[in-house]
Design a protein around this ligand. Structure first.
Ligand code: SF4
Length: 271
C-alpha cells in the first residue's frame, strides 16, 4: 500500500542538526540521541505503521498520539490498536466539538476496546477567557480566536504531552505550508521531545482508500461536505475543489488555518 502513496516532499533531513537545541530550549535526553541516530533514513522508506513501530522500538519513554478524530487520525489509531503498539492515545476535548465527533469517539472506543485519554482546558483559564470575551468571542478578532485556541487547545496540549519522549500527529504535508514545514520527524525543541508525522507523505486519497479497506469508523460529517473537522463553531463544510482546510476559521482573511498545535516556534501563553 505504501508504494502506491508516496508524496513528492523531501523526507531526508539531518535530524542530528535539529538535536542541537537553541539557547534556552530544553535539551534532549542522551538516550534520545542514540535512538534517533540514522532515524530519518530508517523511517523515510518505511510504511506509516513501521514508522511508529520503529520509533517505539528505538526510543525509551512514553509516546503519545494526539488524536483529533480526523480521517488520518482514525487510520493511525487503527494501526496502533491492531498492532498493539505501546503508544498512548490522547485527545483535546475543547468542549466545543460537534455531537458527531463525540459519537465517533464513543464508537471508536467500542470498536477497538480502548479508552482514548481526554485532556480538558483548565477551568479557571476557561472561565477567565469566556468572562472577558464572551461564549463566542472568538469571532470578534484573530487575537480573540487565538486566545480561545490557546486556552482550549494549545495549553492542554502541554499537559497531554508532559513526560513524553515523543508525540505523534496525523498531519499530512499537502494540507498546508505550515504542515509541510513540520517534516516527517523532527526534534520538538520547545518540548524536548521528538515529533513524528507518520502520514507526512501520504495523500488524502491514499488515506481514504486505506480507511475504506479496513472499514475504519469516520465522522458522519464527512458525508456532508466537512473535510477538516475541529470545533463546531469554527468549522464549516467546503465545496468541491476548495482547499481542505478552508472550512476552518473561514471568517479570517489571512494567516494560516492553524490553531497553533503544529507551529514550530515555542508557544507563547496568552496574556
Ligand atoms: S477552534 Fe474555535 S472554539 Fe475551538 S478552541 Fe479554537 S477558537 Fe475556540
Amino acid at each position: 500500500m505504501f508504494d502506491a502513496a508516496p508524496y513528492p516532499f523531501p523526507l531526508e533531513t539531518d535530524l542530528s542538526a535539529e538535536l542541537q537545541p537553541a539557547a534556552g530550549a530544553q535539551t534532549c535526553h542522551a538516550d534520545m540521541v542514540g535512538g534517533v541516530r540514522g532515524l530519518h533514513s530508517a523511517l523515510a522508506k518505511a510504511s506509516p505503521v513501521a514508522r511508529m513501530a520503529t520509533l517505539r522500538e528505538r526510543l525509551p519513554g512514553p509516546m503519545v498520539f494526539m488524536h483529533g478524530f480526523g480521517i488520518e487520525g482514525q487510520l493511525l489509531l487503527h494501526w496502533i490498536c491492531e498492532n498493539d503498539l505501546d503508544i498512548d492515545i490522547a485527545t483535546l476535548d475543547t468542549g466545543r466539538l460537534f455531537p458527531e465527533t463525540y459519537e465517533l469517539w464513543a464508537r471508536t472506543e467500542a470498536r477497538y476496546g480502548r479508552r482514548i485519554r481526554a485532556v480538558y482546558p483548565d477551568p479557571v483559564a476557561l472561565e477567565s477567557y469566556v468572562g472577558e470575551h464572551g461564549i463566542n468571542g472568538f469571532y470578534a478578532s484573530p487575537s480573540a480566536r487565538k486566545a480561545c485556541c490557546e486556552v482550549r487547545k494549545t495549553a492542554p496540549l502541554e499537559r497531554a504531552l508532559a513526560g513524553a519522549s515523543a508525540w505523534i500527529s496525523a498531519l499530512r504535508a499537502d494540507q498546508s505550508s505550515v504542515r509541510r514545514d513540520d517534516g516527517l520527524v523532527r526534534f520538538d525543541a520547545a518540548r524536548g521531545m521528538l515529533k513524528l508525522n507518520p502520514l507526512f507523505d501520504w495523500t488524502r486519497e491514499a488515506v481514504l482508500d486505506e480507511v475504506e479497506a479496513h472499514d475504519i469508523p469516520v465522522n458522519a460529517l464527512h458525508a456532508r461536505g466537512f473535510v477538516s473537522i475541529g470545533c463546531a463553531p469554527c468549522t464549516r463544510a467546503i465545496k468541491p475543489g476548495e482547499d481542505e482546510r478552508s472550512g476552518r476559521w473561514w471568517w479570517e482573511d489571512e494567516g494560516p488555518r492553524e490553531c497553533g498545535l503544529h507551529m514550530r516556534e515555542k508557544r507563547v501563553p496568552a496574556a
